[in-house]
Write a protein that binds this ligand. Sequence first.
Ligand code: NAD
Length: 307
Amino acid sequence: MNDVLVTENIQGAAMNRLIKDLDVEFDEYLWQNRDLLKQKIQKTQALIVRNQTQVNQELIDAAPHLKIVARAGAGLDNVDTQYAHEKGIVVCFTPDANSLSVAELTIGLMLSLLRKIPEARQDTLTGGWNRLKFTGSELYGKTFGLIGMGRIGTLTATRAHAFGMKIIAADPYLSADAPQLEQLNGQLVPLDALLSQADVVSCHSPLTSNTRKMLTYQHFCKMKPDAFFINTSRGEVVDEHGLTQALLEHKLAGAALDVRETEPPLQSPLNQMENVILTPHIAAFTLEAQNRVVESVCQDVRLVLSG
Ligand code: NAD
């Protein structure tokens, strides 16, 4: 019997202390080997994962001693929480620990899109000095449209508001007089209105059965041709084929995607588009956020294992 099984790359001071104090098996690639994972989990009391390990009914059934599933990060779409609860297994995650980092990356992507920073860098590296070609737009006075205004959406909107942007949000679970909107003079609008009004549309909704492929080609066609789309939430919320088609047809000006429908992504026409910025799901990867995430999951595991 081992106390703890870590199936993805989850490192830091708190993990080192956990490894010293408990019997921890650490294999950052184990999530890729389902058969081995099912074998190892038979003797495990605590499972620590990021978002790659699919903790579904089949895996839970293979784990008779499992007491806790600790998800290092936000979003529980890779864990069958209902089935875990039925089996009396505690599920914890770290919804607040990396929100700020995601919000900051979103602002970074927005500035990169509007000021064409990655294209200008690439051009300069290859000998260019094309100043006019890289004329961009200011954030000031533009409309920032948030699809989902929870933790990350609110932190992002606060920062966008500080740049002088007007805030609008579409969120079916938010009321028009919600304090996070009032504080930013923000307005709750239907999704269609958001898409047609915003200069930058940024998605911050969770992945659920209701939101899977929620944003389709038809939605992107409603955007202004000079508007940008950013997704730092979950790739499956977007119909990536539809987005690609809309970009090819210049229905919108560009996009930045930190998350993809398939991760790692398959070959895609998006790779060749100068007006598209692609990052490998790094929004939560800052030293500060990862320290908070790892501290939190290790503490939760200690609490549950100590009864
Ligand atoms: P949250 O639960 O605090 O907020 C989500 C908001 O989306 C809520 O206000 C909810 O009402 C709203 N929402 C639900 N369904 C909606 C719909 N159909 N349309 C519009 N809004 C809807 O979540 P959060 O912590 O702010 O996280 C937001 C997203 O960011 C999640 O998808 C999460 O998985 C993702 N995330 C990504 C990274 C990354 O590394 N890129 C890191 C952390 C979180």
